[in-house]
Design a protein around this ligand. Sequence first.
Ligand SMILES: Cc1ncc(COP(=O)(O)O)c(C=O)c1O
Length: 459
Amino acid sequence: MESALTDQAFFALQPELTAWSQQWLQQLDQRPVARPDEPMPPLRDLPGHGLGLEAVWQSFCRDLAPGFNASPGPRYLGFVTGGVTPAALAGDWLTAVIDQNVASAGNSIATGVELQVLDWLRQLLELPGGLIGSLTTGATAANLLGMVCARQYAGWRQGRDIARDGIGSAAIKVFSGTPHASSLKVVGLVGLGREQIAAVPCLPGSEAMDVAALAAMLEASPEPGKIVIASAGTVTGTDFDDLNAIAALCRQHQAWLHVDGAFGLFSRLDPQRRDWSAGIEFADSITCDGHKWLNVPYDCGIFFTRHADLLQQCCSVSAPYLETHDLLPALMDRGIEQSRRFRALPLWFSLLAYGREGMRRIVEDNCRQAAALAEWLEASPDYALLKAPRLNVVVFRPRQEASADVLARLNAAGEVFMTPGQWQGQQGIRAAFSNWRTGDGDVERVCRALAAAVRGNAS
Ligand SMILES: Cc1ncc(COP(=O)(O)O)c(C=O)c1O
């Protein structure tokens, strides 16, 4: 039976929504971590007349709920997948309830909250003042904004306003050592050609750029527009480029320095690791992620630049209906979307609830867990570490079998989920710890699952 569009239907469902949510969170620990076998919901034509919210709820519980993975749970170690803190969850729930469009400041406090949260993030990461930015859908979108600004700068050096007039004959070269896949994507998206990135050799046994090689390449490059993409934490080796040295080279060659620190920048919360990203203060643009180590829900990325003028040139377009005279800047002039979600609210809740110390503890715990897994792997006759972990990522391989076979068995068993990795040409398995829920007991369960995944050991 079709239901009317009334708030009452939502209020009536609320006890069931709450009970289901509680059960989901309480059972995250016991659910199979990955659900690879149920990729599509049962096919159904779009109904002409709606089923009504209660019937849709029944369909969700029956048809969809069994197919979700436990990626916010403690043993989903694939990619770099953060969880959701309780405070962030409260903020996210309210984000949908109050449904603010963070486009222009308008007559809502939402823009002010995002500006405040960006400043808290700047403080948390100990970044310099004078940065402006916006919250994005993720690190890929933040990298895209970085490349858009970098391209604008490179054009400006050649007397061209690329946002207005297009790339035309502007000559622009991108240099990078170990760019994340998303950087390849965005270099393609901005029309600079991902196959055109100049691959800077890395230091032996590391994914960090050989600065002397970069210096020689910049020196030899005839293009007046130069962009360097550096890493503050590569996705496999968690290696850090020498940002101080690279920034000095960029200054010398008037190159734009973009730093991708999607998860690695949170190493700055740990006094032992803070110096790895020294020099970040000289970056022209910076990427970081909220939905990874900061444990706010998808989707949330963070973009900073110290070139407010260039960002606005690229993102600001005028139309009579957009003209406002607000006291605060319009965030649509600092990002990709015109209209978007109020994604600052989960951050506001979480940063305020747990503070710097709470965030530091998550980083510290996850690094300790990565080290504990590495220690077990080293002692195991079945596995070999491919690289000693420096942060939250462990890369290893089975000694006797192909990584892909062991990984398939491991993930199918449902106790843990990991993804493939490659270290210096060797195929392996990669585990990334970035969830506040992961406890030291989970590492023991992961080790038992790994032991069982080796041929002959499965029970
Ligand atoms: C270093 C780095 N940059 C960028 C990304 C892309 O992030 P997102 O998936 O949030 O777009 C990732 C994802 O793992 C990453 O590790």
